[in-house]
Ligand binder design. Structure first.
Ligand code: ADP
Ligand code: MG
Ligand code: ZN
Length: 474
């Protein structure tokens, strides 16, 4: 029998706010333990929470970016449990009335587009972090009360690879929207995986296993690559799967059972008594909506369509937004946008990296690249010389026209001058000449190279080829 995997993801991302969710403590990574704490985020008795409006905005914004319905009525509930990293003994979350519901994420997958439905994206608060040393354990509460958004998918994902691509797409969208930096190394994104298998064609879902403890997207992929065949094997051997929670052991590369359904938590959710429900106004939602940006996939498709760019070039401009915006500034006036993209990606980006500078420091105006392309397209300079001109342009800010003039770099297309160089090269290299005559076509490239050298790179290479061939065959 053939089996298929059914996967749903619950992804938590830390929101990019200056302060925490209910107090004024800084939302900042890397500070010494327990330096960003106060009575509110430590949950001392008698304190009252004050909501961070920006966190509510960023969650609503995420809703718009993820094609969700963004709700006007939003309420927080207490999720009660005991654990050392949650000193309040509860976590606030939007259990009953989340900020957003019913969305979807579209992304490129296996040469086409995939679509994963979003059940909801809701706002909650992060908890502290436990540390275990040789003889003792400690808790750092710097992270406690940091605004955390959870994005829950429908079980629409069908493979480890698809889960991986979904996560990358989600991350790109949230980074683009300015919702979260999604820095994995700083623990800003965490993902729990729910996975079951069923005989292909069966409607009913199989018993789901929740996997925890992956600390990267590739960890998620690896955990699924292990867990799916494990479940299939259980069924194939006549066994039964029960709903359970497993833990990914990255070192061993396996999932291990943590608890089964019997131990499922009962959180005894109830409405947070210290906060009024939120009634968001149309004006408030409209302001949030005005922050919606073009999504990465839409940007890629637009660059490919409007400027006839190949996918990898468009992708470069999706990843590097300032570079893409710079390119667009040029491309709108370019006769040859593809050539402009090549200059921006292959030359400009490389020079910026080498010089350790940014686009803001550029000495030449964007029209410089257009002018350079025109000089090449009209045959005035060779593309090799153009590289040199670009370097000079980058260093001095002079226009390509000025540089070509000053350095006498105009391409030599004058037949008389080129004939002379060709005669010189032929006379100086009898060996390759004989080779060519004996049928070794590659020898022509050598001679061409010699002519380019003699002309200091200024000879028109196409004409040189023609002249050499005529002379050698004649
Ligand atoms: P809970 O309330 O226990 O968190 P949910 O119904 O909210 O459970 O589902 C959590 C996640 O599990 C969702 O992403 C959902 O798509 C996924 N899921 C639910 N049932 C299954 C299943 N049988 N197989 C795989 N994933 C599932
Ligand atoms: Mg859940
Ligand atoms: Zn605090």
């Amino acid at each position: 029998m053939e089996y298929e995997a059914v996967i749903g993801l619950e992804t938590h991302v830390q929101l990019k706010t200056k302060s925490k969710m209910w107090c004024g403590c800084a939302n900042e990574f890397g500070a010494p333990p327990n330096t960003h704490v106060c009575p509110v985020c430590l949950g001392l008795p008698g304190v009252l929470p004050v909501a961070n409006e920006e966190a509510l905005r960023l969650t609503a914004l995420s809703g718009f970016l993820l094609n969700c319905t963004v709700n006007r009525y939003v309420k927080f509930d207490r999720k009660n449990y005991f654990y050392p990293d949650v000193s309040k003994n509860y976590q606030l979350t939007q259990h009953e009335h989340p900020s957003t519901r019913n969305g979807c994420v579209e992304f490129e997958f296996q040469g086409g587009l995939a679509r994963v439905r979003i059940i909801q994206a809701h706002l909650e608060e992060d908890v502290g972090k436990n540390f275990h040393f040789d003889r003792e354990s400690g808790v750092d509460f710097n992270r406690a009360g940091v605004p955390l958004m959870e994005i829950v998918t429908e079980p629409d994902i069908t493979s480890a690879e698809m889960a991986y691509e979904y996560l990358n797409a989600l991350k790109d969208i949230l980074v683009y929207g300015g919702v979260s930096d999604c820095d994995m190394e700083k623990g800003m994104v965490r993902c729990d995986v729910n996975v079951s298998v069923r005989p292909r064609g069966q409607d009913r879902l199989g018993a789901r296993v929740e996997i925890k403890n992956m600390n990267s997207f590739s960890g998620v992929r690896k955990a699924l690559e292990y867990e799916i065949p494990r479940q299939v094997k259980v069924l194939e051997q006549g066994g039964q799967l029960i709903q359970s929670t497993r833990r990914w052991n990255d070192v061993a590369g396996i999932t291990e059972e943590m608890r089964t359904k019997e131990h499922v938590h009962d959180y005894r959710y109830f409405p947070e008594p210290d906060l009024m429900p939120f009634q968001l106004s149309d004006a408030w939602l409209a302001e949030v909506k005005s922050r919606v940006v073009e999504l990465p996939l839409a940007r890629k498709q637009r660059f490919m369509r409007d400027y006839q760019l190949p996918a990898p070039d468009a992708q470069t401009f999706v990843w590097d937004v300032p570079l893409g915006n710079y390119f667009e500034g040029i491309a709108r006036q370019a006769r040859n946008p593809k050539a402009a993209a090549n200059w921006v990606i292959n030359n400009l980006r490389a020079q910026l990296t080498e010089a350790g500078t940014t686009l803001a420091d550029l000495k030449f105006p964007p029209t410089g690249i257009l002018e350079l392309i025109d000089l090449v397209d009209s045959g005035k300079i060779s593309s090799r010389i153009a590289q040199e001109v670009f370097g000079e342009m980058f260093a001095t800010g002079q226009s390509p026209g000025q540089i070509v003039e000053k350095k006498g770099l105009v391409q030599v297309s004058d037949a008389g001058a080129l004939e002379q160089f060709c005669d010189q090269a032929i006379a100086a290299h009898p060996g390759p000449v004989a080779d060519f005559k004996a049928g070794k076509a590659a020898a022509l490239n050598f001679l061409k190279g010699q002519v380019m050298k003699l002309s200091k790179g200024k000879a028109n290479p196409a004409l040189v080829g023609e002249i050499l061939e005529r002379k050698l065959k004649g």
